[in-house]
Ligand binder design. Structure first.
Ligand SMILES: [Zn+2]
Length: 134
């Protein structure tokens, strides 16, 4: 397995970047759950929006936005955690699917990228097909 050209200093830089991203993602979740001074939460731990509006539909829309946002944040956090683990394992910078080095410019744009551009494209195509089937 050839190195994608990441020396110890570069890895340390990516690690710092990923830790910052992790904190930002965690803060975003906190803000979503505890922002706006909301201290009431439903059984799922989500903010109760019915207090803000008498409109059940609006509250439900807001609730769905919360869920979608949290799901995205959870996915992002998971990717960041995986990337950090891969730095520790010495695997960082290699595609999880084909094990080829990930393009450095791609890593700089997306430090949490786990796949090379080719495999990511394939992954998303397969995922969207699976989603289309339900
Ligand atoms: Zn790949």
């Amino acid at each position: 397995m050839s190195s994608p050209g990441l020396d110890a200093a570069a890895l340390e830089q990516f690690r710092r970047l990923l830790l910052e991203m992790k904190r930002a993602a965690a803060d975003a979740v906190d803000a979503r759950l505890h922002g706006r001074g909301e201290d009431r939460h439903d059984e799922a731990g989500l903010p109760l929006h019915k207090e803000e509006t008498d409109d059940d539909a609006a509250a439900e829309t807001q609730r769905q936005a919360d869920v979608a946002h949290l799901a995205r944040s959870a996915t992002a956090l998971h990717e960041i955690e995986s990337a950090l683990a891969r730095i520790d394992e010495g695997e960082y910078g290699h595609c999880v699917d084909c094990e080829e080095p990930i393009d450095l410019r791609r890593l700089q744009a997306q430090p949490a990228a786990l796949r090379c551009a080719r495999c990511q494209g394939l992954f998303e195509t397969l995922k969207s097909r699976a989603g289309a089937r339900g």
